[in-house]
Design a protein around this ligand. Structure first.
Ligand SMILES: [Mg+2]
Length: 400
């Protein structure tokens, strides 16, 4: 005989006078147990599909909130600040959510504002932000704390000859371009604009301009726009001299090559831009066939760095909820619920936790995955997010 539906039991429990109107922290006391597990949910294809809530998603989050079980929303999406994104999701699901529960593909960039030390801090350095609508991503970067942020659009409006074909987009760039902190100096470029880091925050809207400007910086000396490093191509130097002359480090968020949109077939994602740039880089430098790589940092699922950031965020949220009590049980398990084997499942399976937690991958059938043998095998398959949560709670023997 099938055991009683755990979901129903939990909902029933909540409706009893025992739980009603009890502040959330009292519930932990009532259950006399702090969960040693947590959840990470992908958003698209798990909680929402084409911006519409997936049945059971809102109930699942509400239930976890009621029980004080920590969770984060871990998405490769981006282009908006976390507060804006979380307000949208709260509104769609009709579940109040705090901005601290969301980790977007570019969220970890915020840690580079201060860096590991003063020397590595980018707070007051000039950074270039690429991608996104208008300069939304510049404003996200500024909200993170970067104080000197430019876009390829700013460079173009001040120097239209840098990529003449973008004149067709003048009306677009006029809406947000700002004056550069320093001009590109044609007589002595080393006195002009210098860029200290390049961040691809979101899908570029003008791939060609963005490719040109990023290539200019990668081939420059010290990140000065308008220069060309004399080290480029020198076979006596590592990487044939490429990116050996103080050029700005290059960061990418969201490695997804394809994404599911309204069009019947998947569309090229941010990973598509990266592959395009890699191709231009290889054609220019000789590329991998000559042992020359494009040095860059890629974050977003399935990369380790993103899962590390997500786990730190979960631990911070846990400490906020339960206090920094020394008897706080260690976080032993995180259930990663996702619809994409390539990113969600692969990332959870290969993640090695800094605190020794175990990430358990659960693949749902409400998004990208449509059956058959997935490219990356999950530890559990569930029909939808509600079933996934139900299974996980049972597996963690919750409530005790
Ligand atoms: Mg997804």
């Amino acid at each position: 005989m099938r055991s009683p539906n755990l979901w129903q039991s939990l909902r029933l429990l909540q409706r009893t006078s025992y739980y009603r109107d009890i502040p959330r922290h009292s519930i932990h006391t009532a259950t006399s147990r702090i969960p040693n597990f947590a959840f990470a949910f992908d958003i698209d294809g798990v909680l929402l599909r084409s911006s519409k809530p997936i049945p059971g998603a809102a109930d699942s989050l509400a239930l976890l909130k009621d029980h004080g079980i920590p969770f984060i929303l871990l998405t490769n999406g981006g282009g908006k600040h976390e507060t804006e994104r979380v307000a949208e999701i709260s509104n769609k699901l009709q579940v109040p959510l705090d901005p601290s529960v969301i980790v977007q593909s570019h969220s970890p960039f915020a840690e580079l504002v201060k860096g590991a030390d003063e020397a590595s801090s980018l707070e007051n350095k000039c950074i270039m932000v690429v991608g996104g609508d208008g300069d939304n991503c510049r404003r996200v970067a500024e909200q993170y704390g970067f104080k000197n942020v430019i876009t390829p659009g700013d460079v173009f409006m001040a120097n239209p000859s840098i990529w003449p074909f973008s004149k067709n987009f003048n009306n677009y760039y006029e809406t947000f371009a700002r004056p550069l902190p320093k001009p590109v100096d044609p007589t002595d470029p080393t006195k002009g604009l210098k860029v200290d880091a390049v961040f691809v925050f979101n899908d570029p809207r003008d791939w060609a301009l963005d490719t040109q400007v990023v290539m200019d910086l990668l081939l420059s000396s010290q990140g000065h726009m308008g220069t060309l490093s004399e080290k480029n191509g020198r076979t006596d130097l590592p990487n044939h001299g490429y990116q050996q002359d103080g050029q700005p480090p290059l960061y990418f968020s969201n490695p997804d090559l394809w994404w599911a949109a309204a069009y019947p077939l998947p569309r090229l994602g941010q990973g598509g831009f990266r592959e395009g740039l890699e191709g231009v880089w290889a054609a220019t430098t000789g590329g991998p066939s000559k042992g020359i790589e494009l040095k860059k940092t890629v974050i977003g699922k399935p990369y380790q760095g993103t899962y590390e950031f997500a786990e730190r965020q979960l631990l911070r949220n846990r400490a906020t909820t339960f206090g920094d009590a020394t008897d706080l049980p260690p976080l032993q398990r995180v259930y990663m619920v996702g619809d994409n084997p390539e990113s969600d499942i692969r990332g959870a399976n290969s993640y090695r936790s800094e605190v020794g937690s175990n990430w358990h991958s659960i693949l749902v059938r409400t998004g990208v995955y449509s059956g058959g043998e997935p490219a990356w095998m999950p530890q559990t398959v569930a029909d939808n997010v509600q079933k996934a949560v139900e299974w996980a709670l049972k597996s963690s023997k919750w409530p005790a």
